[in-house]
Structure formats: structure tokens, C-alpha cells
Design a protein around this ligand. Structure first.
Ligand SMILES: Nc1nc2c(ncn2[C@@H]2O[C@H](COP(=O)(O)OP(=O)(O)O)[C@@H](O)[C@H]2O)c(=O)[nH]1
Ligand SMILES: [Mg+2]
Length: 331
């Protein structure tokens, strides 16, 4: 719920009722504006998200992850075409912290995006170079929320399969598709990178290349064990994304996984876990902001630092002391 003071603040910041009204009427320029405000953490953006929250929960969120050049963007394109033809409204988010601004792949992405973006119901956002890595996952979650609230049926979130950001994004999506290619023992690499753990569906793309069947066999062997312990089948799909081959089968598996999540109650549990993490994160952001503000206002912070430098105090005791001080100010 948005309190009346919050609503006033929103109106004052010029991003309030009118923007929300246009947003709810399906104005895609209002959508772009809301996303920018959220990405930039503009003042009042939390109130915006708060006002939109009750409209979320409908979109199916699909993560497509894998190494650079595996064919993720090509796959997303093909999935998008299928979904648009079936009458679905979709949002595409590309998250690639490794891709520099001038990179060829990104340029390719841009051209592709204009192409697809021109299609009705498709909204595309690239988050290639925004903020810190931690911020990237948060922004992805929040932008997904906005697109969901706008009424998108599907969100396709493409991310490079490296490190914590990928793992964080896997928490946000309902279904994670890991894309592998025949070259250079990618199967083994995937297992090392922890991608095995987060994948619900495996794609072996570039099936036209030598070695595709070998990696499928390798994967199947490892997955047999996982399948015995779990109630999901962890399908492996061979695709040739460049020609659109196998993509319809992939979409079938994605839909089937969605049904599996709802039927088994996994979806509800995932949502509950996500909510817990979300509330804790919001709370710690707020508490941190609050404490920082008080420390700056209250002064004395510099004295403490000087004390530590003089050897009279250490950062651990200083933090304890400051916490007591903040608590004391409360009562
Ligand atoms: N041989 C072959 N090349 C493909 C296939 N799918 C995509 N590619 C090519 O692989 C390159 C990287 O594709 P891209 O979708 O940008 O990969 P991303 O970095 O994972 O997003 C491009 O040149 C694609 O045309 C495929 O099925 N077979
Ligand atoms: Mg790409």
C-alpha cells in the first residue's frame, strides 16, 4: 500500500499519478519511463514499485544463460518470434556485464532489438553496463517486476553464465535454460561453473557442429542421477538456433516446466523464498541508509576514524559503539 505522504512525494517528483495512469493504460513510453526511474533508483522509485506490486505475478520468467557466443541471443530471438506469433506479449532483458559498450555482439544485439522491438507487444531492455554486479541482479529483478506489472505474459532474460550475477538471476526466474555448445568440452565447464545446479532445461545449440551428440550423451549421463533424486525430468534439447530448429521443442519444455512448478507447489515455495530475500534486502537497504544519514548528521564519525588511526580504537569496537549510539538515539 502507498501511504498518502508517499503518493504526495511521487506527485511532487513528477513521476506519480499521471505516469501510473498512462502505465496502466498500456502506454509503452510510460513503461520505458518507469523502467528508467527504477534503473536509476530515482527518488521515489520504491514508491513506484510499491504502487505496481499488486499487479505482478502473471508473467512467466525464463532465464537463458550460457557462455558468450553460445547462441543465447539467437535463441531468444527465435523464442520471441514463436511467442509473438502465439499472441503473447513479452519483455526481453539482456544482462551482460562482460560485454563492453563497443563490442560487436552488443551492436548485433542492438540491431536485433530494433527489429524485434518494432513488433507489437515486445519490449527490450539491455542492461549491459549498468551499475555494479550486485546492482545488476537487483535492477534485473526490479525491471522484471515492472514488465510483469505492465502485463507481459513472458519475460526472457538473457545473461552470461558466469559468477554470482547468474546465480542471483536464477533466483528471480521461474525456469532457467542453460545453453551449451559442442566446442571445447563445454559440458564439463558448465558443471564446474555451477550451471548444472541452476539449470531446469539444457540446450545443446549449434547442433550442426561436430560433437553435439557427444555432449548430449555426456549430459544425459550426469543428469540420470539428478533425475532419480528429483521429480523433474531435466530435458536436454538439441537446437540449431540460427535456423530456428528445435526451438519449438524448447518452448514446449519451458511450458511443461511451468506446469510442473505450479502442480508440485514449487512455484509457491519459490515465491515465498524470493519474498523473504526481497524484504530482507529492502530492509537492510533502508536501515543502512538511515544509519548513514544519522552518522553524517550526528557527526562524531570523523572523530572515531581519527581514534582508530591513533590506535585508540578498532573498526569492530567502533561499529559496536556506533550501533549502541544509534539505538540510544531511538529511545
Ligand atoms: N553454426 C551455428 N551458429 C550459430 C547457431 N546459433 C547461433 N549461431 C551463431 O553464433 C554466434 C553467436 O550467437 P549469439 O546469439 O550472439 O550468442 P550469445 O553471445 O550467446 O548471445 C552468431 O554468429 C550466431 O549466428 C547455430 O545453431 N549454429
Ligand atoms: Mg547475446
Amino acid at each position: 500500500m502507498v501511504s498518502s505522504t508517499d503518493a504526495t512525494q511521487l506527485r511532487r517528483s513528477g513521476s506519480g499519478d499521471d505516469l501510473l495512469k498512462r502505465f496502466s493504460e498500456g502506454d509503452s513510453r510510460a513503461l520505458a519511463r518507469v523502467i528508467s526511474l527504477v534503473e536509476n533508483e530515482a527518488s521515489g522509485y520504491r514508491n513506484l514499485l510499491s504502487a505496481l506490486y499488486h499487479r505482478t505475478g502473471k508473467a512467466r520468467k525464463i532465464g537463458i544463460t550460457g557462455s558468450t557466443g553460445a547462441g543465447k541471443s539467437t535463441l531468444v530471438d527465435e523464442l520471441a518470434k514463436l511467442l509473438v506469433n502465439q499472441g503473447s506479449a513479452l519483455g526481453i532483458i539482456a544482462v551482460d556485464p562482460t560485454s563492453p559498450f563497443t563490442g560487436g555482439a552488443l551492436l548485433g544485439d542492438r540491431v536485433r532489438m530494433q527489429d524485434l522491438g518494432a513488433q507489437k507487444g515486445v519490449f527490450i531492455r539491455s542492461m549491459a553496463s549498468r551499475g555494479s554486479l550486485g546492482g545488476l541482479a537487483k535492477a534485473t529483478r526490479e525491471v522484471s517486476m515492472v514488465l510483469d506489472a505492465f502485463g507481459k505474459d513472458f519475460l526472457l532474460i538473457e545473461s552470461v553464465g558466469v559468477g554470482q550475477v547468474t546465480l542471483d538471476i536464477a533466483e528471480v526466474v521461474d525456469t532457467t535454460v542453460v545453453v551449451l555448445v559442442p566446442e571445447s568440452g563445454d559440458g564439463i565447464q558448465a558443471m564446474k561453473a555451477g550451471l548444472m545446479e541452476i539449470a531446469d532445461i539444457f540446450v545443446v545449440n549449434k547442433a550442426d557442429r561436430e560433437g553435439a551428440d557427444r555432449i548430449v550423451t555426456e549430459l544425459e549421463a550426469v543428469l540420470d542421477l539428478k533425475r532419480k533424486e528429483d521429480d523433474w525430468s531435466y530435458p536436454v534439447v538439441k537446437t540449431e538456433a540460427r535456423k530456428g530448429l528445435g526451438v519449438d521443442l524448447l518452448l514446449d519444455h519451458i511450458r511443461r516446466h511451468g506446469e510442473h512448478l505450479s502442480q508440485t507447489g514449487h512455484l509457491k515455495r519459490r515465491k515465498e523464498n524470493l519474498l523473504r530475500a526481497e524484504i530482507l534486502q529492502l530492509l537492510s537497504e533502508k536501515v543502512q541508509e538511515d544509519i548513514e544519514r544519522r552518522l553524517v548528521q550526528g557527526g562524531g564519525f570523523e572523530d572515531i576514524i581519527a581514534d582508530i588511526l591513533k590506535g585508540n580504537l578498532d573498526p569492530y569496537r567502533a561499529a559496536d559503539q556506533l550501533l549502541e549510539q544509534v539505538k540510544g538515539a531511538e529511545t
